[in-house]
Design a protein around this ligand. Sequence first.
Ligand code: GYE
Length: 620
Amino acid sequence: MKKRMSGFLAVLLCAAVLLSLFPGCSRQAPEKVEYLIGVSQANMRESWRLALIRELKEEAAKHPGVRLIFTDATQNSDKQISDIRRLLACGVDLLIVSPCDVKKITPVVSGVYKSIPVIVMDRVVEGYDYSLFIGPDNRSIGKQAGESVLRMLGGKSGGVLEICGSASSQMSGERSEGFQSSLNQNPNISIRKISIENESRDSTEDHLLQHKSQLDGIRVIFAHNDYMALGACRAIEKLGLKNIRIIGVDGFTGENDGIGLVQKGMIDETITCPTGGREAIQFSLDILQNVAGVPKQEILHSHKVTKENVDAFVENLNKPQTAPPKTIRVGYAQVGTESAWRLANTESIQSAAKEFGIQLFYENADQSPKRQIEAIRKFIAMKVDAIVLSPVIDSGWDEVLREAKQANIPVILSDREITVQDDDMYLTFIGADFVEEGRRAMRWIAENAVPANKNATIRIMELQGTVGASPSVERSLGFREILQEYPNDKIVYTRSGDFTYDGGKQIVEEYLKTHKWDIDVVYAHNDDMALGAAEALEKNGIAPGKDVKIVSIDGTKNALNAIVSGKMNCVVECNPLLGPQLMKAITDLMSGKELPLRIITDEKVFTKENTQETIKSRKY
Ligand code: GYE
């Protein structure tokens, strides 16, 4: 009895301590708390992070029963790790974390993700052990700034000063990469770089006043955030220098924030970097209420705001959302009918259009890019409200997309990506991370295809998809990225099977015409080619899944059944059911809502250990 009393007192004491540490920790607060969300912020010093906190609070306030608890890691990873532990001890239902240092926080996030959902903000952790990542595309921000510098210098030579943030910052590294990739177009530009560890206005101003020679010959400054841009502006003023253009990043509307500085003419341009706070709360509720269609990554758009468009930008910011038009008309240029995945993808998009009451004009291009271009021109002539393109290959789209842009018809990419001169040729991409799919396939091979003796080589046959199609290009890239870590594993034969069953079959038959079978692993860019290859192997007395390992990508029912029957060994999922997300995005767009730059779907890896339970409910 005495022992039980002391135990109860100890729990009471703990609860009291937690309550004192986190007053919000109590679920018994005045109004009933339904969801307790912990927010671990890297620091509460930077304006961008304070804006994120503000937006999280504003959005949460719209949802009764949602309670947020914040921690401030003061830019110290060890503190952030203990903050996260304390939030867990507080019994939060979901964790939102904006990492100080992604390398140090990654294992902690993976651990937490085993017990509760985790939303990662701003800087993505390594791997995919989290529920959702919301953040900017820092390379695109740097690239846009570089394009502005090229425009400002008008192709002439000139000195450019890049004011970077902390040298260890993932954000700054990526912005620099994007910046450099644009400036490479004009070799006459000389770049000078400085790094301001705390990324603040005053440190930037002080640094430039103490090292004014760093401004010699400088015509344009690109600062990785608006506060460093303001610091540079103040230093230039104090030094009496003239005609130096300044570009910042973040684009908040306060007096001394990016938009305000552009409106006052203190800086020439800012590139917006939205916080994603609103989306984080909306998705937190979707996750906690098991709403379908939560993506794996939501990459937010960044816009250039200049003297010329600042007023229109601010006006648009404050524009209330409108009801979508009664009937939304959408032109949909599909790849073809080449695989089970494709058929499921088309079905998902057509049925979701019905559900959303969207009028869909569907064109099947039978894997011909030319027919897709014709289809898009037809949609432009029909004056549809939006065009959805699933491009057969990734290049050759600039001209026809420019026509769609001139006709003011937004283009959304579904499933596959393209390379275009101007990134604003399309609005959003919804689909998978094909590079990661390739990595996952090779990671499985590295762990499961063990050579007969340690010096033996694992011989891999690669069945590639359509040449020039983004899934083929990127599944090859991701696969080779991991392959290089395993010198004993070699791709000895690679051919394109065009993502078709017959294509996969023919490759194996071709090989056996001139070779005796000496392949340890067949890596197929999709299930259909893998199943075709398996048929050809069986016909030649080689047991697929046993004599040779079969690894593919998609996750169709046929392939999952082949895993259960032992004819295939691993299938990396690529989700074809993009319909609901696509139709929601189009409806949002038609209501005046800003769409993210990229929406990346959530996917699994199937092996004999975890396939059986999935097959029954598999829709495709
Ligand atoms: O893997 C394949 C289809 O674009 C992701 O295309 C899609 C691919 C998919 O032919 O089955």
